[in-house]
Design a protein around this ligand. Structure first.
Ligand code: ARG
Ligand code: ZN
Length: 883
């Protein structure tokens, strides 16, 4: 199925059909053009005659006029590459019908009709992995956002809710397990064939439809809800993967309990199924009662999954489960409201993970993702508000802005309202809009009404893109500390002028002598500039600001290194302490990379960093997970973000230089940490996880100082590892060091895990992200490896995604890395447009780079834009990136 064909017209907008559209410019869909759909579809009956190469779909829709919409003489049923086999209206001929692009438009005279549509599709040929597709012998679906229209003609928009009954039949031996949404109503056999009928009592939009048929086995369990409903839980996987589903099942049960305790949300069916699929475009999907997951977010055991993988599984299982209320019971009116469900659900999964593990560390990890992915997005050509105003391909808006910044925006409401008032707001939201397709405005209003806080000006966070910059000054007037804050929201594409937004900042003022403060304050900066006064300070205190990362902004503070060292050693807010440490290092590296550092300043800066780090290595009150955060250097990308025309080569050298310096200054401390950590046996306790994190951190410091010695240490860690965290950590360090150890352990790793796709993904990823000078050659060779394929998104991503973060590789001064990624986009686009388009943002960073690299990057974007046939996905991302 080819996605690069004449564009279909937007829903309910027949005028657009006549407009002459450039063959390569798909229409722009605008939020302000929203119209309710003229028809309701109270019930939908789907009948699937399943086959890997040919599946026949009979859809029977009961429809009636929508009293709340303008009447229409037709109904527009979206299709995408579908062939119509037959069409009947009320059991006979329809009054008329026509194809409009890919859509089917049926003429209807009465107020109520039954439409029966037969289509035939080829799941085996569906490499886009949207709609119904085959994945290693099984059949499964992905419908969000607009995949249902690749199965049958339907009003494929989230505000059309329908009650589904699904029947499926197929050969027993190919498809012993037949699943769909809701509860199984009936099943039967018919010779070599069998069938099952499923009924979902909850009306839902088409994007939440799911079907799975295949040879699967389940880990089963149950959960009794607070209302006493006993829910059967199943995690379905391929035979042989069953032993690796325990963590997923435990995570699911914890999610169900947590949502009851924290948000008062109870599950609403007797059955909850999760299916793991190895070919999947995204992480997972919250289909009603039948979540479909990327295997990466289900399968884990200590031998094959890292601590990070375990956390990822818990987070994604939680996320998809929480969608049952924030997404399914209350869905989105249109796709511009995507953050309504995603931003809120990300916040919910973050709060869940914070409660399950180390809250401060989870918060730091969340901020790292935001700053590593969303901030660059917000400062580049693809910047958009969390509620976008227009799109050409909605898949391109499943972004870190909609998800992660969306979560931060709701978190700010929670901070300003306080936990209890916020809960009153969410209770009201769930109550008021249950069963509806709602908007972001509905959410804000409910929080406002439920909590009693005024969010009038706060709504700007939904409409304005760009990361606000807050400048901070602290002065002393008599016994008062005066905090003067000003904000600027930078211009973004299509938004030149911004208004000031309310920015909630948690602050504390530390007494220099006692090293403590007398309580935290919440200040809300809602003007361009404002001052806040704090009395009772004999001398100027040390300011700790944006504690807990209370607002998703960048802070420009005029603070002495000494004060940063003070906060890095003493701040009682773990995030602020981490931030002080990062600031200290970032400042130093930014100035150094720009070539603006005198020898004296360099020495002084390095000494300050060592002092601060020593306060961390020596602090017995710290747990190791947190210690690991405090000892981590800021990433290459994050440093580059702080520089106007960044030279990735310079940043790399400075960063490695500092790492080497620190490694030698702190040699004894690091050595001691490693010895202590090494003694802890494997377990999933926070203590043991912390120890593992530190071990690999110590190795990476060692690698900058004495690569050969580090290679030996890493090989030693690799050889005695009894878990994937230690093994992968050691191999990560080894891949950057040209040595015999590197070659040997890479080979061992491959042989040891051959056949385990998720682990082989790691093998590709480690080599592609390595600091090795020949990383480009390695990646080119790996692309020819028999295990490599562009058809599996995990595999394609495993090689090329990490590569876009590799300083020597992607950013090679001659442009070879950029060319490699451009070629990948061109090769992958016809196979899997959605996945291809995800690589475009890396090339869209050209404006932030020094002129030579900027020109090379831009040229690659232009080369992609000139390709004769480009998907809507890649087309939109490339043209926006060229801007
Ligand atoms: N709703 C899913 C989730 O966040 C993601 C689905 C993404 N689909 C897509 N076509 N981009 O849990
Ligand atoms: Zn989601």
């Amino acid at each position: 199925m080819d996605i690069a064909r004449t564009p279909s017209t937007p829903d309910g907008n027949p005028e657009m059909a006549d407009a002459a559209v450039e063959p390569k410019a798909p229409p722009e869909i605008r939020r302000e053009d929203y119209q309710p759909f003229p028809w309701l579809v109270p019930t939908t009956r789907l009948d699937f005659e399943l086959g890997l190469e040919k599946t026949r779909v009979t859809a029977r829709l009961e429809i009636e006029r929508n009293p709340d919409a303008d009447a229409s003489p037709t109904i527009r049923l979206n299709g995408d590459g579908l062939e119509l086999v037959s069409l009947r209206c009320d059991g006979g001929e329809c009054a008329g019908h026509m194809m409009d692009g890919d859509d089917l438009v049926v003429t209807l005279e009465g107020d109520r009709h039954t439409i029966e549509i037969v289509t035939e599709i080829d799941p085996g040929a569906n490499s886009q992995l949207m709609g119904l597709y085959a994945s290693s012998g099984m059949l499964c679906t992905q419908c969000e956002a607009e995949g249902f229209r690749r199965i049958t003609f339907f009003p494929d928009r989230p505000d059309v809710l329908s009650t589904y009954t699904v029947r499926m039949s197929g050969p027993k031996k190919d498809f012993p397990v037949l699943l769909s949404n809701g509860n199984r109503a009936d099943m039967g056999e018919d010779g070599a064939s069998h069938w099952a009928e499923w009924h979902d009592p909850w009306p839902k939009p088409s994007y939440l439809f799911a079907l799975v048929a295949g040879d699967l086995v389940a880990r089963s369990d149950s959960f009794t809800t607070m209302g006493g409903r006993k829910v059967e839980l199943n995690v379905w996987v391929r035979d042989g993967d069953l032993e690796r589903t325990e963590h997923a099942m435990e995570s699911l049960k914890r999610s169900m309990k947590w949502d009851e305790d924290t948000f008062g949300r109870e599950y609403d069916l007797d059955l909850f199924n999760i299916v793991a699929v190895s070919d999947f475009n995204m992480g997972a999907m919250e289909n009603k009662g039948l979540n479909v997951f990327n295997t990466k977010y289900v399968l884990a055991d200590p031998e094959t999954a890292t601590d990070g993988d375990y956390d990822g599984i818990e987070g994604v299982i939680g996320h998809e489960y929480f969608h049952n209320w924030s997404g399914n019971r209350i869905t989105c009116r249109d796709w511009f409201q995507l953050s309504l469900k995603e931003g809120f659900t990300v916040l919910r999964d973050q709060l869940f993970s914070q409660d399950m593990g180390s809250a401060p560390v989870k918060r730091i990890e969340g901020v790292r993702v935001l700053r590593g992915v969303q901030f660059p997005e917000d400062s580049g050509p693809l910047a958009h508000p969390i509620r976008p105003d227009s799109y050409r391909e909605i898949s391109n808006f499943y972004t870190s802005t909609v998800y992660n910044k969306g979560a931060e925006v709701i978190r700010m409401m929670k901070t300003m309202a306080g936990d209890e008032a916020f809960r009153r707001g969410t209770d009201l939201y769930f109550d008021r809009h249950d069963g509806e397709a709602a908007t972001c405005e509905d959410f804000v209003k409910a929080i406002e009404d439920g909590s009693g806080i005024d969010l009038e000006q706060f709504r700007l966070w939904y409409s304005q893109a760009g990361t606000p910059k807050v400048s901070v000054e602290l002065s002393q007037e008599g016994d008062e500390a005066v905090l003067t804050l000003s904000q600027a929201v930078p211009p973004t594409p299509g938004q030149d002028d911004k208004k000031p937004m309310p920015i909630p900042l948690r602050v504390a003022l530390f007494d220099r002598d006692s090293g403590s403060h007398s309580g935290e304050h919440l200040v809300v900066l809602d003007k361009a500039r404002d001052s806040f006064r704090f009395t009772g300070f004999a001398r100027k205190p040390v300011l700790s600001i944006n504690r807990g990362f209370s607002a998703p902004v960048t802070i420009g503070r005029d603070i002495a290194n000494d004060e940063l060292v003070f906060l890095a050693a003493k701040d009682d807010d773990p995030f602020a302490r981490y931030e002080a440490m990062q600031d200290l290092m970032v400042r130093h590296l930014v100035t150094a990379s720009k070539g603006d550092l005198s020898d004296d300043a360099r020495n002084a800066g390095q000494a300050d960093i060592v002092r601060a780090l020593r306060a961390v290595t020596d602090d017995d009150a710290l747990d190791d997970l947190m210690r690991g955060e405090l000892l981590s250097m800021p990433s290459q990308t994050y440093i580059a973000e702080q520089i106007e025309a960044a030279d990735p080569g310079r940043i790399f050298e400075e960063r490695e230089g500092l790492k080497a310096f620190l490694a030698s200054e702190l040699q004894d401390e690091l050595h001691h940490i490693y010895d202590r950590a090494e003694k802890l046996p494997y377990s999933q306790s926070a203590e043991a996880k912390g120890a593992r994190k530190l071990k690999t951190l110590v190795l990476s410091f060692a690698a900058a100082r004495d690569p050969q010695k580090a290679a030996e240490l890493a090989a030693h860690q690799y050889d005695r590892a009894d878990n994937m965290t230690d093994r992968q950590g050691a191999l990560m360090v080894l891949t950057g060091i040209d040595s015999a150890e590197r070659t040997g352990r890479l080979l061992d790793f491959y042989n040891r895990y051959q056949g385990n796709a998720l682990v082989i993904d790691k093998w590709f990823a480690l080599q592609a992200s390595s600091l090795h000078p020949k990383v480009i050659e390695h990646v080119k060779a790996l692309a020819e490896h028999p295990d490599f394929t562009l058809r599996n998104p995990n595999r394609a991503r495993s090689l090329y995604m990490p590569f876009t973060g590799a300083p020597h590789g992607f950013h090679a001064a001659n442009g070879e890395g950029y060319r490699l990624i451009a070629n990948l986009i061109l090769d992958l686009d016809p196979i899997n447009a959605q996945t291809a388009a995800r690589f475009v943002p890396a090339l869209g960073r050209w404006r932030k780079l020094e002129p030579g690299r900027a020109a090379l990057m831009r040229a690659e974007l232009e080369r992609i834009a000139a390709a004769p046939k480009l998907s809507r996905d890649s087309f939109e991302q490339v043209t926006r990136s060229l801007g």
